[in-house]
Design a binder for this molecule. Structure first.
Ligand SMILES: Cc1ncc(COP(=O)(O)O)c(C=O)c1O
Length: 383
């Protein structure tokens, strides 16, 4: 093993120095103590000599060693240079015990079990006209997911809710979205979370400046396997199948790829539920026992009685949906916090048809509910 010897010479004021190393293969672990000093604001590195019985060679190392404030500054610059339709207005972290509105500080620890093992759960809620839509319902699902993932939340439900509302308040965001995570927390890089010293809550408020889009879209059938029910019913951070499924759809010119369950019944999309209007003019939705129980889809099931009363629909059924039934439907729609209620015009090669009356009416009902629904679905944010 190579031994590091630090030169006793004064530190030269040049930005990079040769490293004299013992073998030909770069191995950053061997030079982990790349000493640095600052002269008139510039990072300077000390030369190291690595001695061994093998032949010596000289190599330039030019990766700067940054102080905490330099790393933060660099993060801020990279955020500023990156053009996005999304702006992050506030972040809460139980690790730093408060809220920040500085984007450069919106980070989570590398050794958080959620980062390196996927041991975390998350949820979202829309912020509409200064109210958080269906926060209670999303929070119940969030805490249910945490229980299934064996994560003991750092706070009780009321404290978690208060923290989320205060984060939105600090952001001053009136229209956007709130995303939040529960993690087994930072501690070490082991597989078991037993070394995580405390579970963590994180939340972020996002303002999206892209205009809403409710145009009809195409979907495909996902070739990426659906998660087994045990994992599909919880909203964990393990979204790799969902990401690959979305990418597959995009590669095929579609908006989303729809999963079928292991028995071939229609399941859900990568971040939305699906529903149909049958030829008998009934709303048909797959059961939630093997898929994520969508808060928006469940609210649609509550609001849809209006359409039945008005005679726009004959009835509502939540049951297993065959692929054939889905493809033969009069209307097909995607439902979720992100898409709200969006018409599907084509599924694989099957043209479903027009943007249907029921789909449009359900979207209007949800939009109305977001703006003026009862207090059970709207949490007012005191700004
Ligand atoms: C896999 C999956 N299914 C369905 C949904 C729709 O759920 P919600 O209406 O609560 O957004 C989501 C949303 O995140 C999802 O990720």
């Amino acid at each position: 093993m190579a031994v590091l010897l630090y030169l006793g010479k004064p530190i030269p004021e040049t930005p990079s120095f040769p490293l004299i190393v013992a073998d030909q293969q770069p191995n950053p672990l061997k030079y982990s103590r790349n000493l640095q000093t600052r002269v008139r604001g510039k990072c300077l590195r000390r030369s190291h000599v690595v001695k061994s019985s093998l032949k010596e060679s000289t190599r330039e190392y030019d990766v700067p060693l940054l102080s905490a404030s330099e790393a933060i500054e660099s993060l801020r610059r990279s955020r500023e240079s990156y053009k996005s339709t999304q702006r992050y207005l506030a972040m809460y972290s139980s690790v730093f015990g408060g809220i920040t509105t500085d984007q450069a500080a919106m980070v989570i620890p590398m050794d958080d079990h959620m980062v390196h093992r996927g041991h975390g759960v998350f949820d979202t809620a829309a912020i509409v006209d200064g109210c958080i839509y269906e926060l209670e319902q999303h929070l119940d699902r969030f805490l249910g997911s945490a229980k299934m993932a064996k994560i003991n939340p750092p706070f009780d439900k009321e404290t978690t809710k208060r923290t989320l509302v205060q984060t939105v308040s600090a952001s001053t965001c009136k229209n956007g979205s709130l995303r939040y995570w529960l993690s087994s927390g930072p501690g070490d890089f082991q597989l078991s979370p037993s070394g995580c010293y405390h579970s963590a809550l994180y939340a972020i408020v996002i303002q999206d400046q892209s205009p809403p889009n409710y145009k009809g879209i195409k979907v495909t059938t996902s070739s990426i396997p659906i998660k087994p029910p045990q994992f599909a019913i919880m909203k964990s951070v393990n979204y790799l199948p969902n990401v690959l499924s979305k990418m597959e759809a995009e590669e095929n010119g579609a908006y989303a790829a729809i999963w079928l369950d292991e028995e071939g019944f229609v399941a859900e999309g990568p971040n939305m539920n699906v529903a149909f209007v049958t030829q008998e003019n009934e709303l048909l939705m797959p059961r939630f026992d093997k898929i994520l129980s969508g808060c928006t889809a469940k609210r649609v099931l509550e609001l849809v009685s209006n359409l039945v009363t008005e005679g726009k629909l004959r009835g509502v059924k939540v049951r297993e949906v065959t692929l054939e039934e889905g493809k033969q439907a009069e209307e097909m729609m995607l439902i979720g916090s992100g898409v709200l209620v969006r018409p599907v015009l084509q599924w694989d090669d099957q043209v479903i048809g027009k943007e249907g009356v029921v789909t449009e009416s359900l979207r209007k009902l949800i939009l109305e509910d977001m703006k003026s629904g009862p207090s059970t679905v709207r949490t007012i944010v005191p700004y």
